[in-house]
Design a protein around this ligand. Structure first.
Ligand code: GLU
Length: 484
């Protein structure tokens, strides 16, 4: 059975890159009916950022990437947290020492600071590897501080990555890294391997920045005689200008993107496409819900070329996901925004929501679209001129007069979009005007805006009889005043 894990360090907020790793881990597990685990890698307490763990939980909850397992009772389990598993790292470290694959090191910081290899890089010089066993024992017994280091063997290390293929690294490139620190805490690199084995992880999915650390992990698996998981390293993520996307370079967090108005389902959909795309029957489709992604995601199709985070594309996906929302759900999300700008009683806000749903990029956009309902903004009579509609100020006077006469005949109880539309087009015909030559002026007089989320007679229906007739009159007055 597939067992995958998302293993973030709570050292900052979650970027789109972190979310992509979590999503791919989730999809690989779920596609196979497997288990998805959340493990907080918090052994480097110095880098701990207040609130980072909470942001991780919140992001996974909001995006629907629920984890399946963890310590705790019943359904009330939490994620695995490395700092709470401190005791599980010493035994494998001691096992490695006993097998000659790791060794005690008592070197102090001052000494380590003087080390530099031929390239000027600090690399441990194996000073303590030569210590006789009795000396090691007496130093430990006397309470001297020590770390345990991995002994990197001679030769080369080869491993296979699902995305990047077979990779071979000269072991001389690697340092005898610290596995257990002097405070007894494991280093991130050690805890990561111990826990992946303890949690029977079959698929290790993470950003390609970890490719260079993977040989050290491979050597640890080999030294401990443990089965190797499948490594899946994800392509680099870049900004459109080629710079790396990272917390340090100011990338937005997922929590911020959601606060900006991106739907979690759009963010998930977008993250899925950062380095993967469906082939076959779905090759041209781009909009998918999480449960659909589970069915079609295939790690074999992950690309190794860098992918670009393009907010324009994310905006487009957001609009598509908003269109796909059930109307009642959209209305529930839009109503608070609509209420901010529409205070006029008896305006059907649900209808306003319906009208805006297919036109917004962010749900909050709906407010600006209908801000003319309560009061018309000041507008210039040039707005009556529209080339394609063949209207100008003079035609608008005719159009508005015809509309006014026609609408006055319609009683409030028949004041519907259909009746108004029929009346407007009949009035246009009777006045030898094209439909646009009556509808454009009506729309302008009723909204004062060049773009509206619906047509002239839908606006009239929404505004109601009194407001409509008042605004037609005001439009005519404006035109009359301008023409002197
Ligand atoms: N703790 C690492 C991080 O925050 C995860 C590396 C891994 O998935 O193995 O990116």
């Amino acid at each position: 059975m597939v067992r995958s894990r998302f293993a973030p360090s709570p050292t900052g907020y979650m970027t789109i890159g972190n979310l992509r790793s979590a999503l791919y881990e989730y999809l690989i597990a779920k596609r196979d009916g497997g288990v998805f685990i959340l493990r907080l890698e918090d052994t480097d307490q110095a880098r701990y950022v207040e609130g980072a763990a909470e942001a991780i939980f919140e992001t996974l909850r909001a995006t629907g990437l629920h984890f399946d397992e963890g310590p705790g009772v019943g359904g009330d389990y939490g994620p695995y947290i490395q700092s709470e598993r401190k005791d599980s790292y010493l035994p494998p470290a001691l096992q490695l020492v006993a097998n000659g694959k790791a060794y005690y090191c008592f070197c102090e910081k001052d000494r380590l600071d003087t080390l530099a290899d031929e390239r000027g890089l600090k690399k441990y010089d194996r000073h303590c590897l030569q210590l006789p066993p009795e000396e090691i024992k007496s130093r430990i017994d006397s309470g001297a501080a020590y770390v345990i280091r991995q002994l990197i063997p001679d030769g080369a290390t080869t491993f296979n990555d699902q995305v990047f293929g077979t990779i071979t690294i000269d072991n001389a490139e690697m340092e005898d890294q610290i596995l257990l620190k002097s405070d007894g805490m494991p280093t991130y690199n050690f805890a990561n391997v111990i826990d992946d084995n303890a949690m029977a992880i079959t698929h290790v999915v993470r950003g390609s920045e970890y490719l260079t650390s993977t040989p050290k992990y491979v050597l640890l698996y080999e030294a401990l005689g443990w089965p190797m998981p499948l490594f899946v390293h994800l392509p680099l993520l870049q900004n459109p200008d080629g710079t790396k996307i990272s917390k340090r370079h100011g990338a937005k967090s997922i929590v911020e993107l959601i606060a900006d108005g991106y739907l979690p389902e759009a963010i998930i959909n977008y993250a899925a496409f950062l380095g993967w795309s469906p082939g076959g029957d779905h090759a041209t489709r781009e909009i998918f819900a999480l449960d659909e992604l589970i069915k079609i995601f295939d790690a074999a199709q992950i690309s190794r070329s860098p992918s670009t985070f393009d907010e324009t594309k994310l905006k487009w996906m957001n609009a598509e996901h908003i269109k796909a929302l059930p109307p009642e759900k959209y209305a529930a999300l839009a109503l608070p925004h609509l209420r901010q700008v529409v205070k006029t009683p008896n305006i059907d806000l649900t209808e306003l929501a319906r009208i805006t749903q297919s036109r917004v990029t962010f749900i909050s956009d709906c407010a600006e679209m209908v801000d003319f309902i309560d009061a018309i903004p000041p507008y210039d009579i040039d707005l009556y001129t529209h080339k394609k509609m063949k209207t100008d100020a003079a035609i608008a006077v005719q159009g508005l007069q015809a509309a006014q006469a026609a609408f006055q005949q319609i009683p409030a109880e028949n004041w519907t979009h259909e009746t108004l539309h029929a009346a407007a087009t009949q009035a246009a015909e009777a006045a030898s005007l094209k439909n646009g030559q009556i509808l454009w002026p009506i729309r302008t007089a009723l909204s004062g805006k060049p773009t509206t989320p619906c047509g002239a007679t839908e606006i009239a229906a929404l505004l109601g009889r009194d407001k409509t007739l008042q605004r037609l009159e005001a439009g005519l007055a404006l035109l009359a005043a301008a023409q002197g």
